[in-house]
Design a protein around this ligand. Structure first.
Ligand SMILES: *Cc1c(COP(=O)(O)O)cnc(C)c1O
Length: 376
């Protein structure tokens, strides 16, 4: 990054990602594979850089949400297996096959469409089956009264030609939330998952080499559910309540700079909507970061950021490209000095709580105009 352009940037620590990868890996049972979730530009950390690191560190699989994300990795020389978690229109079957990309299949009708498309090409598509065990999103429905039809549809899917059914997976709804209800729900999802697999394998004689369901929450709280592969996302990046339990390190530090500092008399209103009024003579700094950089406007007047010498309360509505902070009690903070919006010093959870959201959303919200700076 050009120093002259120092405005707002995201420092990404590749050593911390490697540390987190190795710390998670050390918890896995013998033979359990590691899939790193790198969708949404690796939760804002840079999918290509993170994937290169995971490939060199010995991870087994990557997961993305869509074909474009998978192709970006292939175009940048990533050769390890990639699973697409979302839907890909069957007309792209040839692109999937030619790029060695594994496609999720979430319903019998889609299995038939991919099978036909692959058959017409005389090729085979590698796939993982997705079961809906209680997330009510993508996947073969198999809960409650749907158990029989679910198993039947799966048995019909696994015998279709030109599909290689390498794996089968499901996704948990509340594995990262505390409480008896959440634990019971997660255990019921897991039991249904393994019951369906047992029924399909017994009835069709097929065998799924890779059964996986452990996302971040399950890797931390339900190690008995790791099966043949784990599938963490947030955990790898060291964020979330559960990351602390494993001594993982946050990998992104969002930093901005102070553009200018001015003194206002008591009773001065600040920013759009005049939603803050100074109560004292105030030394107010203007930060070069706003909601277009990924700072949620809902945080306005509710958070503080880490400046030189301490925390600076944010004042007034957060604008598109700027926001104001009270530096009266932080005389060391000066024009050009750095302010950590979130990172090791300023916990991202304070911001996500203020914005009524979760750390995931803040990481993904760090926008394109924020350069990523990689620490090796
Ligand atoms: C996003 C996603 C994950 C990773 O979730 P984390 O909570 O970040 O670990 C795993 N599996 C699927 C299907 C996902 O969509």
């Amino acid at each position: 990054m050009n120093d002259l352009q120092k405005r707002t940037w995201a420092e990404i620590s590749l050593p911390n990602i490697r540390h987190n990868y190795e710390a998670i890996r050390a918890r896995l049972p013998e033979g359990c594979r590691f899939l790193g979730v790198v969708k949404a530009d690796a939760y804002g950390h840079g999918a290509v850089q993170v994937s290169r690191l995971l490939e060199s560190a010995g991870a087994d699989y990557l997961a993305v949400s869509c074909l474009d994300e998978a192709l970006e990795l292939r175009e940048h020389g990533i050769t390890m297996p990639i699973l697409i978690l979302g839907h890909t229109p069957p007309e792209y079957t040839e692109t999937l096959i030619d790029n060695h990309i594994t496609q999720t299949i979430s319903a019998l009708a889609k299995a038939k469409a991919y099978s036909e498309a692959a058959g017409a090409l005389g090729k085979t598509l590698k796939t993982h089956i997705k079961l809906d065990t209680g997330m009510s999103r993508l996947g073969y429905l198999c809960s409650g009264d749907y158990f029989e039809t679910g198993v039947e549809n799966l048995c019909r899917s696994v015998v279709l030609p030109n599909l290689e059914m390498e794996g089968i997976y499901t996704h948990f709804a509340v594995s990262d939330e505390p409480g008896e209800d959440c634990e019971a729900y997660t255990r019921a999802q897991f039991k249904l998952f393994t019951d369906v697999i047992d029924a399909v394998e017994a009835r069709s004689g097929c065998h799924f080499a890779i059964r996986h369901c452990a996302n971040t929450g399950a890797v931390v709280s339900y190690p008995e559910m790791m099966l043949d592969m784990v599938r963490p996302g947030l955990l790898l990046y060291g964020y979330g309540d559960v990351s602390g339990k494993l001594d993982l390190r946050p990998c992104m530090r969002l930093v901005t700079t102070i553009s200018t500092i001015k003194y206002y008399e008591p009773g001065t209103t600040v920013s759009y909507g005049r939603r803050f009024t100074t109560q004292r003579r105030t030394r107010m700094g203007v930060l070069a970061a706003g909601y277009a950089d990924g700072l949620p406007r809902l945080c306005s007047n509710k958070v503080s950021f880490a400046a030189k010498g301490g925390f600076a309360p944010q004042r007034g509505s957060i604008c598109m490209d700027m926001c104001m902070v009270d530096l009266t009690d932080l005389p060391e903070a000066s024009v050009g000095s750095e302010v950590e919006l979130f990172g090791p010093v300023n916990d991202i959870n304070k911001l996500s709580d203020a914005a009524q959201t979760i750390p995931y959303e803040l990481l993904c919200a760090v926008s394109k105009r924020v350069p990523r700076v990689y620490a090796e």
